[in-house]
Design a protein. Structure first.
Length: 276
């Protein structure tokens, strides 16, 4: 996977040399280039932003500088007409252009999975109050798959942190990135019936007077699985009832239904419904 990141703080991405990501780069699984947006400016001040049209606080990133940069990284001529180059989206290794944006849909595990199949990702990090809305529009109109995502309901100073979050969620799904593929399958938010993951324990069985749940050392795998599933259902019902409400009732087994009913859910429809 080829990754380009554009930012006014490209050094922020030096951290990618560490840990699993650094190893994946060494092994050639991913190639990351972090670019400085200011390299595409022509003025002495290397300015990348301007005041908002219509008034308001802060500064907005200018479209001209971004476009010179993105034309180059995406391989699109500066005079490319709109709506004619439909090929770009159908090519298997067509780049996907991603802008972190606090006013966009939430980035989910499903997005991470989808993007892990792309051959080339280009991330554009906005700073200040954001970027000119015509930038994503322009590239979309030229057949580029453009995505805008928020990583949660809170405000960050810029897109850099959000890009590193998305990048980690995406690249850890690449075949060969992680040692243990099975650990991906069992995680929270994975698959159609996403639940929070059950609690984990390691040895010793009793630590500072606290025993692990006895069933986990019973050797009965069926009972262990059921215990973990019930704990996941209980924890999800308590902390993320929105995830329970999205479950597919047809995919629940009898024991799941019994547990959910005991937790105050009604499970006779297509999706569970909280009672009371
Ligand atoms: Cl993607 N960007 C910024 N600046 N703030 C955020 C965000 C993104 N997602 C949540 N907050």
């Amino acid at each position: 996977m080829d990754i380009d990141i554009v930012s006014v703080f490209p050094e922020y991405f030096d951290v990618l040399n560490l840990s699993l990501f650094g190893k994946a780069m060494e092994r050639g699984l991913v190639t990351v280039r972090a670019h400085n947006l200011r390299d595409w400016t022509h003025d002495v001040h290397q300015s990348v932003d301007d005041t908002p049209v219509g008034g308001g606080a802060g500064m907005v990133m200018k479209p001209e500088v971004w476009a010179e940069c993105l034309d180059e990284l995406l391989g699109i001529p500066a005079d490319a007409p709109a709506n004619t180059d439909a090929d770009t989206t159908t090519a298997p290794d067509a780049p996907v252009l991603i802008f972190p944006n606090p006013s966009a849909p939430l980035f989910t595990q499903q997005d991470a999975t989808e993007l892990s199949h792309a051959g080339h990702l280009v991330f554009g990090c906005g700073r200040y109050e954001g970027y000119d809305a015509r930038i994503p529009q322009y590239y979309r109109a030229r057949g580029v798959d453009v995505r805008e995502y928020s990583i949660g309901d809170y405000v960050l100073n810029g897109g850099e942190v959000a890009v590193s979050v998305m990048l980690e969620a995406i690249t850890r799904l690449l075949p060969g990135f992680m040692g243990n593929a099975a650990s991906i399958v069992e995680e929270s938010y994975t698959g159609a019936n996403a639940l929070l993951e059950h609690s984990q324990y390691t040895k010793p069985a009793t630590w500072r007077g606290m025993a692990v749940p006895p069933v986990l050392i019973s050797g009965d795998h069926g009972k262990v699985d059921r215990f973990r599933r019930d704990e996941a259902l209980e924890k999800t019902s308590r902390l993320r009832p929105d995830l329970i409400a999205h479950l597919d009732c047809a995919a629940l087994d009898k024991a799941d239904r019994k547990t959910l009913i005991a937790l105050g859910w009604e499970v006779s429809g297509a999706h569970p419904r909280k009672l009371g």
